[in-house]
Design a protein around this ligand. Structure first.
Ligand SMILES: C[S@@+](CC[C@H](N)C(=O)[O-])C[C@H]1O[C@@H](n2cnc3c(N)ncnc32)[C@H](O)[C@@H]1O
Length: 280
């Protein structure tokens, strides 16, 4: 039984990185008129109440989205993401609600686009149905990502993205998400894949980048944001490995990451990186 609940972490620095990059990818795919389909392999609940006991326990959002909203001049690269946050809180005085990845994507969906949400936790699934069940473009699956995503690709549109956002509660996921990527890439070589990972002290986490590179898949771009220095006990940052990034995403990330780092860092000895793991 899964015990991870994203409510404790909603809107933290890792969500900010993940969701701002996700918004950039979806927007870039929408430069063409053809419809697209986004698959969210680990959907969570979709919308988080930052007034809940869980979110307020460590107030992780205070070191994440709240800092972005207070920033004087956010760059163009975060505007779509911030618009999704603001739209969800429209008419409210405070930042009460935070959009998970399903809501960030739904905010950007056009009438012809579709979103597939896979989730296993019963409480998260119930909230997905409550939040998204009436939107005919959104399809909710009570399904294991490792079995379900390969079965859903390639989508009939043949255009779109897959977000793989394990909580790594099961540490084997550091290995199985890479296998999932390889399986899906064989079936759908043209899909855009975003693999999120935490920067933590764990042998499997420390080998993650090397193992992604070793897949030999072409066009893997990595964006990593660390807000704490080495030696920090806990998640000191996070990253995304993006396979088949839309044209120009590397330049956008090279503008976005330094700003995110300056806004979110808690320690000057932390840092950021945007790098091609395999050639573009
Ligand atoms: C980090 S949270 C997802 C957060 C969400 N993607 C977002 O950005 O708002 C990970 C979610 O994956 C779910 N999960 C864990 N293992 C899964 C699996 N094998 N298949 C589908 N969902 C899974 C957990 O219940 C949890 O809700």
């Amino acid at each position: 039984m899964l015990s991870y609940q994203h409510d404790y972490h909603a809107g933290n620095h890792a969500d900010v990185l993940k969701h701002s990059v996700l918004a950039l990818v979806v927007r870039a795919l929408q430069r063409k008129d053809a419809p697209l389909r986004v698959l969210d392999a680990h959907a969570g609940s979709g919308v988080y109440d930052l007034r809940s006991n869980e979110a307020r326990k460590n107030e992780e959002f205070a070191g994440g989205i709240r800092r972005l909203l207070a920033a004087a001049q956010p760059p163009a690269a975060v505007q779509d993401y911030l618009a999704a946050v603001r739209a969800l809180n429209a008419g409210r005085q405070e930042l009460d609600l935070y959009p998970g990845s399903p809501q960030v994507v739904r905010h950007l969906l056009r009438p012809e686009d579709h979103l597939e949400l896979l989730e296993l936790h019963p409480a998260a699934l119930a909230r997905l149905h409550r939040n998204f069940g009436r939107d005919h473009r959104v399809h909710i699956h009570d399904r294991d990502a490792f079995e379900g995503v390969p079965a859903l690709v390639p989508p009939r549109e043949k255009r779109g993205a897959v977000l793989v956002d394990s909580s790594y509660e099961v540490k084997e996921d550091f290995t199985t998400v890479i296998e999932l990527l390889q399986t899906c890439h064989r079936r759908w070589p043209g899909g855009v894949y975003l693999l999120w990972y935490p920067v933590i002290r764990h042998p499997l986490a420390e080998r993650f980048t090397a193992k992604v590179r070793a897949t030999g898949l072409p066009k893997i771009l990595q964006a990593e944001l660390r807000v704490e220095a080495e030696g920090f006990d806990g998640m000191r940052g996070s990253g995304l490995c993006i396979v088949n990034p839309p044209f120009g995403l590397d330049q956008k990330l090279n503008a976005l990451l330094p700003w995110l780092w300056a806004t979110l860092k808690n320690d000057d000895r932390s840092g950021w990186r945007v790098e091609w793991l395999t050639p573009s």
